[in-house]
Each structure stands twice: as C-alpha cells, then as structure tokens.
Design a protein around this ligand. Structure first.
Ligand code: IPD
Ligand code: CA
Ligand code: CA
Length: 393
C-alpha cells in the first residue's frame, strides 16, 4: 500500500469517530481523575478511548508502531507510526466544558501522511492525507486568505508546565498577540485549534510545550490545506519539536515577528531540545556598592586628594568601558555610592575595585554583587563628569 493512502485515512477517520462516540457517550458523567502533574490530569475515559484506538490499530496493522499519550502504544522501530491523542482537552472534558477532540496521525518514514481530528460534540471530522487536501465532514476546505494581523482570529494554548518566565509560560506572546491581533482564543484543545486554521475558521495558532500527539494530525492538515507550519524561529516544524506556529501562510511572518519581539533575543532559536532553548544569553555585570571604608582618620587635605584621585580613576575606567555607571547612592554628605562594572570575571572586577585610590587608602570599601541583564539592554554611560561621591562626611 502506498504511504498515507486513502485506506489509511479512511481507517483513521473511522477510528477517531468511534473513539469520539465513546467519549461523547460518557461526557458529563462524573470522572475519576488521576493527576500526572499539578494541572495535568487524566480520566478513566482517556484510558478507555486509548485502549480502543490502540487495540484497533494492533488488529488492523500489527506491524505498525503506536505512540499514544497515555502510554499504551508500542514501538518496534517500524516505519509506520500512528500518533494518537485519545482525548485532547482532558481538563475541559473533566469539567464538562464542550471543547475536546480525538486526534490520530500516521507518520511513515518520519513524514506525516495522514491526519484525522474529530470533534464529537459537533460531529465534525477534520481529515486529510498528503497530496489529497483537507476536508471538513467530507467537504474540501482550505486555509483563509487573511493577511492582516489586526484582522486575524488567532488561537493558542497554555501547557501544564507553566513556570514564572513569561516567554516560556506563553503570557508574553499571549499579551503581544492580544494587542496586535483581532482576537485570541485559548479553548483547551490544541488539536482542534490547529485544525481550525486548516479549514479557514481561524487564521493562526501558536503554542510552546506541545507533545507530538497534540499536534501531529493537525500539522499535516494545515500543510495540506495550503497553510504554513514552523517552529518559533521559522524553522521546520517537527512533531517532537514542542513548539508550533501554524498559519494560513500570509500571516506567518507577522506571527514570527510577534513571537520574536521580546526582550530576550535568544528565545525561539531552533533547538534540538525544543522549546525553550537551552541557552541563556544574559550579560553579566557587577554592581559595586561603595561604603565608608575602615580608614576615616584622613586629614582634610589628604581626603580631598584621595577624592580627586578616586574620581579621576572612575573616569578612566569609564573611558575604558569598564565602568558603565557611577553615582552617589544618597546625598553629597554620604560617602556611599554605586558602580556598574563590566568585567570578564569577578576577579577582574575585584582587581578594578582594589586599584581605586580611595579603596587603597581605606577611605572607601567596595562590595561587589553579580548582576545579570538581558542581552540587548545597553547601559549608556552619561557624558557628564561623575558626580562627587564625597569621601568625607
Ligand atoms: C492539552 C491540550 C491543551 C494544550 C496542552 C495539551 P490534553 O492536551 O491540547 O489545549 O494547551 O498543551 O497538553 O492533555 O488535554 O490531551
Ligand atoms: Ca493533548
Ligand atoms: Ca490527551
């Protein structure tokens, strides 16, 4: 049989429908819930739907591998791999929120060939195979032609491992798309949301932290419907790439630009490890706090001389690009001050501080703290001469 043939698609469609009917029959019943994580839950019906799908595949195609979310698949290195989410939108299902789906894809020799995503509550089947286009309940459909982001209907989702970082937990991209698109929806079933792009109901989708079963079938659908899929950096979308931008095509570059438009320039680089990329390109600076030193018994003349030497030293380090900022911490009567030092190492920062004439004389004491700043944030040293730090009180 040819890879991704009509027979495989018909099989996937019937199987998604059968599992969907089973799930629909039990929708609204109290669910026994197990927790895979704080938010990531699984119900008895996830397992029952998966058992049905995996069993049918094993009967029909005993030599094929199955990758299924709840772990009942099997892998023997076969060329053909069925990628199954028996219930996409489990949290919705458990809360009787009517947005969830069944997603079944077939990958042959690493290439997606068939995709079927079924919405049982609306009895809507999104289906397609490579070279065969996409249908919604049998009617051919294509992506939208919208080219303006401010007219675009977008969708996204939030994974289970949220964390505090706004680019990783999606609140950063979400707020940017909200301000630039027409509307953003997060309905809770990635497979359905991506499939809607394929049939032109929405114009674009993005999400990080996805698993192969969330997106495999719908990725094929978007491609087959004339849309574009990529990772966050515009590189090839992979089923195991954890992140996806799926669009109608005309909007893709604008979506990539919104994803990239964040304060951290290293986010979104293609990475074999998926999203988020492992590199943290932060610049390391040292903040130096100037305190009153141990030697406060200087004559007025001596104090003035050291003060001048201290200011001249700071100015030299600024000219050399080593000190980025300096200034009094409080008022002129207070000897405390602050420095921002750019040094390759803590040792270099310490050596710079130790060579300050006021530190050498014991009039000032410098305390160093490392300080990280995002790449791309530049601290511009002021042109004016450094204000007096006032060594003597
Ligand atoms: C989840 C849904 C959700 C998405 C999550 C997925 P599940 O799948 O697709 O929309 O935001 O990333 O894990 O757990 O309901 O099958
Ligand atoms: Ca899922
Ligand atoms: Ca699932």
């Amino acid at each position: 049989m040819s890879p991704g043939g009509a027979k495989d698609l018909a099989f996937a469609v019937e199987l998604a429908r059968e599992a969907g009917v089973l799930l629909r029959r039990h929708f609204g019943e109290a669910q026994e819930i197990d927790y895979k994580g704080r938010i990531n839950l699984v119900t008895r019906m996830d397992h029952e739907a998966e058992a049905l799908i995996v069993g049918r595949i094993a009967d029909a195609y005993p030599g094929d591998d199955v990758l299924a979310e709840e772990g009942s698949g099997h892998s023997a290195g076969a060329d053909r791999v069925w990628i199954v989410d028996p219930l996409d939108g489990t949290v919705n299902y458990a809360h009787e929120y009517p947005v969830w789906s069944v997603s079944i894809a077939l990958q042959v020799a690493g290439r997606l060939e068939v995709g079927a995503v079924y919405n049982p509550l609306l009895d809507e089947m999104y289906a397609g195979r490579r070279g065969g286009g996409v249908t919604l309940n049998g009617t051919p459909r294509r992506v939208s032609v919208e080219s303006r982001l401010d007219h675009a209907m977008l969708a996204t989702g939030f994974g289970y491992e949220l964390g505090a970082d706004a680019e990783r937990n999606n609140l950063g991209p979400f707020s940017r798309f909200l301000l630039r698109g027409r509307a953003v929806r997060r309905a809770g079933s990635a497979a359905l949301a991506i499939s809607k792009v394929a049939v032109g109901r929405t114009d674009g989708f993005w999400e990080g932290g996805l698993q192969p079963w969330d997106m495999a079938a719908a990725m094929l659908l978007v491609e087959e419907a004339g849309g574009r899929i990529s990772n966050y950096a515009g590189g090839p979308a992979r089923v195991d790439g954890r992140q996806l931008i799926a669009s109608n095509g005309p909007l893709h570059d604008a979506m990539l630009a919104v994803i990239a438009d964040h304060p951290r320039a290293d986010y979104g680089q293609p990475s074999a490890d998926g999203d988020p990329p492992p590199r943290d390109e932060m610049m390391l600076y040292y903040v130096g706090w100037l305190h009153r030193g141990p030697n406060q018994d200087l004559s007025e003349e001596e104090g003035d001389r050291i003060q001048r030497a201290h200011l001249a030293y700071i100015r030299r380090q600024k000219d050399a690009g080593k000190y980025l900022l300096s200034g009094p911490f409080a008022d002129k009567a207070d000897p405390r001050g602050i420095l921002v030092i750019r040094a390759a190492s803590r040792e270099e920062a310490e050596a710079l501080a130790a060579a300050d004439p006021a530190v050498q004389a014991g009039a000032l004491r410098l305390e160093l703290r490392p300080w990280y700043s995002a790449k791309g944030i530049t601290i511009v040293p002021p042109n004016e001469p450094a204000p007096a730090t006032g060594i003597r009180s």
